[in-house]
Design a protein around this ligand. Structure first.
Ligand SMILES: *[C@@H]1O[C@H](CO)[C@@H](O)[C@H](O)[C@H]1NC(C)=O
Ligand SMILES: *[C@@H]1O[C@H](CO)[C@@H](O)[C@H](O)[C@H]1NC(C)=O
Ligand SMILES: *[C@@H]1O[C@H](CO)[C@@H](O)[C@H](O)[C@H]1NC(C)=O
Ligand SMILES: *[C@@H]1O[C@H](CO)[C@@H](O)[C@H](O)[C@H]1NC(C)=O
Length: 298
């Protein structure tokens, strides 16, 4: 048994013994004594395993090689097993009936544990799928627009830099598409698997689906509804801003590049990720306002 697993088990056994000893001796003023003790152990152990997991992950992600990968995997297997055990112990507590709001909230958050709720094999599979997508993303390279035999361009900083600087539409279009071909397409199979596993993770944690899982941590049953309302409220302003940017781009690039009342092509927005399009629209406006006088900008 790994060293830390032994340590975690000891903490639990000790706190369980303590609880039963105190029960026998009649110390019962706090109806949540047991739940509180368990949560205290959980906090100590999970701080330790989070810290170790994040460190191993950082060492791997900032320095990808076989050695850091092996170490990260070893730590992952060990910490997942501990998280799974902790989670099972916490779920035995009827936390929804706890009146102390702080303690109840701790349980509300700690009894949802992500992939650690799956079986060990499934949890490892999930980790491997996510890792594989990240590796594809960070290792993918595309060829130079002018020299298609020079193929060493990474997303950061090369392509990011080109998107920030270039105003040459064929070049932007080429990089936008080539980057997606090498970073997105190869991950399709993994992404589909990822969605299936996300559904299983939500269910294993007692939550109906991945969206509900995501919203769970906002601690508001009306979260989704409030967001829709908020979006409806700011949408008229957003549409105005969008139209302003489109007008300026149209003025600069001309009608053969974008239509005055159509969508804005993603490769014209200074960023390679259209996932953050709303943010890039706002950034574009800031640029426009700051550089309004500069004819070389638009
Ligand atoms: C976690 O606990 C182990 C065993 O007590 C200890 O050796 C290690 O230093 C702790 N790590 C962190 C990051 O707290
Ligand atoms: C990267 O990992 C290797 C293998 O563990 C190690 O020898 C090397 O020092 C690491 N490099 C950096 C910059 O941390
Ligand atoms: C877990 O996966 C390994 C290797 O794929 C397999 O040998 C083992 O039977 C699996 N265990 C369970 C409980 O599914
Ligand atoms: C194109 O790139 C290749 C590989 O980097 C290099 O050997 C070659 O000289 C380049 N050709 C031109 C015309 O720059």
């Amino acid at each position: 048994m790994p060293l830390f697993s032994t340590f975690a088990t000891c903490v639990f056994v000790t706190s369980a013994m303590l609880v039963s000893a105190l029960h026998k001796s009649g110390v019962k003023e706090d109806p949540y004594f047991e739940a509180r003790k368990l949560m205290e152990s959980y906090n100590v152990i999970s701080a330790n395993i989070s810290s170790r997991g994040i460190r191993a992950n950082w060492e791997y992600e900032s320095n990808m090689n076989e050695k850091t990968k092996r170490h990260m995997l070893k730590v992952k297997i060990e910490t997942s097993a501990i998280s799974h055990k902790l989670w099972k112990s916490l779920r035995k507590i009827d936390w929804k009936s706890i009146k102390d709001p702080t303690l109840r909230r701790q349980y509300m958050l700690a009894t949802v544990t992500g992939a650690a709720a799956l079986s060990a094999n499934k949890s490892l599979e999930y980790g491997a799928v996510v890792r594989s997508m990240k590796e594809t993303y960070s290792k993918a390279t595309v060829c130079d627009f002018k020299n298609r035999t020079d193929c060493h361009y990474h997303i950061m900083p090369d392509i990011e830099h080109i998107f920030a600087k270039s105003r040459f539409v064929p070049e932007l279009k080429y990089y936008w598409k080539s980057w997606r071909d090498v970073s997105g397409r190869p991950s399709r199979g993994n992404f589909l698997k990822y969605i299936e596993l996300k559904k299983e993770i939500a269910k294993a944690n007692g939550i109906p689906d991945p969206v509900a899982y995501w919203n769970y941590f906002f601690e508001d049953p009306d979260f989704e509804k409030k967001n829709v309302e908020l979006w409806e409220e700011i949408k008229p302003l957003y549409e105005q801003l969008h139209a302003y940017v489109r007008f300026k781009l149209h003025e600069y690039y001309g009608p053969h590049v974008l239509h005055r009342d159509g969508p804005i092509p993603a490769h014209l927005l200074d960023e390679y990720e259209s996932a953050t399009k709303h943010r890039t629209i706002i950034q574009k406006i800031l640029h426009l306002l700051t550089f309004q006088q500069r004819t070389d900008f638009f």
